[in-house]
Unconditional design. Sequence first.
Length: 535
Amino acid sequence: MLTFKEIIHEIRKFGLEYCDLPTMLENVSILLRVLTVNIDSKYKKGITILSYIVTAVTAACFYYVFLFSMTWFVFWRSRITGELVGAMVVLSLGISSEIGPFKLFYMCYYMDKTQKIADSFLECDANTIKGTRFHTNLMKRLRSVKKRAMLYWVVVAGNGVLYVMKPVAMRGRNLPENYFLIYGLEPMFETPNYQIAYFMMIASVFFVCYVPASVTAFLIVITGYAEAQMLALSEEMLQLWSDATNHAKAQTEGMSEELDVYDPKVKMIINQFVERRLREIIGRHANVINLLNQVEIVFRQAIAIGFVLLVLGLLSELLGKLENTFLQLPFALMQVSMDCFAGQRVMDASAMFEASVYDCKWENFDKSNMKLVLVMLQNAQKTMTLSAGGVRTLSFSALMSVFRGIYSAYTALRMRNYKRKTERGKVSIELKPLPKAPPRLSKTNKRRIRKSAILTDTPEKNALAEEKETRGKSNSKIKKQKVEKRVGKKKTAVTIKRNKKEASESAYVVMCENVKRKVLQEDADESDSEVDSME
């Protein structure tokens, strides 16, 4: 029985304080023993019964929910209900969740080789002398490797926790995926079907997230150790000449104050030291290459299947709309992206080692050491890689080409689906009438191009014919209004003239009467004056 201090010490080993390879492999071994997988050949205590129960229950729930029920819902139930978006969401769940179990299957299938790989890496690490510059550089690189593994494990496991806790932040009864119908549990939101479905989803998500997090952590550790070895060897190659001269100074300390590298005795000491170090570096380089080849033999088929599942999963996630699959997208991307990242880091370390071999000041060596450097350079020019099934090298360029192919396939499927809907009449295309041109007042109205004569019997022709009729009606109305306006103007002018004429005639009559009255009055006045004069 472990004491409290021992438990705390074991927990602290999962932190960055312990970055050596034996501790990291022990951490991964503890995580994998929960899944009843033992990669440590020296561990003889056996797997606990609790691990068998947890693995059996979660695996059974996973295959029932994300394989059997997913297949039933996508290929049978959704065709009846017509929920195509829901079918794509559920299909993306089922496909993306199969990447980790395939890696676990290949690890268990090649269990002897997996244990041999772990033992070989531990044996390679045991040959490292502690306190040397090589060991110091190796530990610096291994610290970043453990950070990488911890980050990946936390992101994948945290994604599963967020997915399971999503219904807690929603009102009412909800499941992590409300589109998903589990076979035999309808209605899903009634008691006790809701509780059973929620428990099965939690158990399935645990298996979905824990398996790839732990298996890929093992891959990150062993490929990261190979990367760290190559980077440390690169530093040793760059410091080879300075180490040789320092060794020669120590050997010839009492002979002279300054070291003469052209002295035959000094030259012999330097070349002997260089030869010994070159043979050590060549042996380590060959060992790392063999270890990586063993890793690729075990996992390359699983990685290739993971690429295929990633393509199908991302396609279905995009077709299911991102607002429904925003938690599933990083889960699928993280799994395959980490494989490509690990492969790219191994390639970069191999390229750095190649550059350091050429930059080791080999021109100062003797002919035998120059030949050794030439052999090393030829081997270093064969870049160390990890591949997906031996078909495609794991790198950033491979990942980007996969993303480009996924987007091209997605746009092609969307266009095909759109064309099908238009052919069946599910998408109605409204033909908007062409804009009406203002009526022409000149005689050029008669010189129009008959566009409808070019077209066949299509909706566009009908639209042009309707436009022509409306234009003709509007033009006739405008002409009629103009004629009526002219007639009205003429009538008003005639009435004005008539009124003027009548007014002038009446004024003339009044004037004549006034003149006549005035003349008569003057005649009467004259007659009165004559009578007065006669009297």
